[in-house]
Write a protein that binds this ligand. Sequence first.
Ligand SMILES: [Zn+2]
Length: 331
Amino acid sequence: MFEEMLPGIFRIPVPLPGNPLKEINSYVLTSSDRNLIIDTGMNRPACIKVYEQAMKDLAIDLERTDFIATHLHADHQGLIPLFMKEGSRAYMGEADAAPMMEGTTAHARKMPMGNYAAMNGFPDDELKDAQENHPGFKYGPQAPIHYLFLKEGDVFNIGDYSLEAIATPGHTHGHMCLYDRKKKLFFSGDHVLGDITPNINAWSDDEDPLEEYITSLNRVAGLDIDLCLPGHRTVIKDIKKRIGELIEHHRVRANEVIDILTGQSITGYEVASRMTWDIVAKSWADFPVMQKWFATGEALAHLRYLVEKNLIQKEMKNNILFYSADGKNRL
Ligand SMILES: [Zn+2]
């Protein structure tokens, strides 16, 4: 199954069963010379089946096909080792690609996140469960991928299209988008999505991903774009408007966090449990553990952002981080 979005650009909707994202958009650009695939699907049977069929239907010669993963999440790069051939090249931003290369283990990637979650009050039993069921580890690539590092300004010419790599850190630190300046066409990965809000997670005190994300959004708002092809759901016609909505969403969320913290000192996990979430569940206790994980990561991104802006305070007691606010200043 595929849909021709523009001449020579095909979208394969790859199903993500049981995942609120529903499906991922894999884009295939074809030409008489080489083909380029932007994002793939997870390494799981439902994705593989649809992907194999689409490659057949589109008559793609994989020996002449290169892959770009906009970022390291399993739904974007999980299938690359299964479909890349000897003649294929695979590209991803360096910050995302480096941990996926040969010599690093899933354990090495999991540990710092787990430690930071524990430090922020994520309970031990739930932490174990979340790490076992994390889609990034469960459905990620089956083998290390020899990535070439995608860099800001790299250009890929495929048929009539000329795609330039634009660094857009935030959703992940190495996230990259692709932009055809002449055709005003933009592949946004998970940087800008239409009817869902890209998840922004912080899993370390050394980063401020929400600040990075908002900076990247403002940067993309300055580009001349007529059509945006995102990593999930439908095309975006007015990307400037959507970017404005996303920035406003995070401002409102940050103020919600300040309100929650006003007059009390609590952990990041507790902040997440008190924020409002767009999930069908009676209470926080009924959230599936992975939703608790992503909600906590999102709460931590807002907490990091507000600490850096001096709008809230953070202190460590017995190896656990507590956050508080006087509520005098908001965003
Ligand atoms: Zn993602």
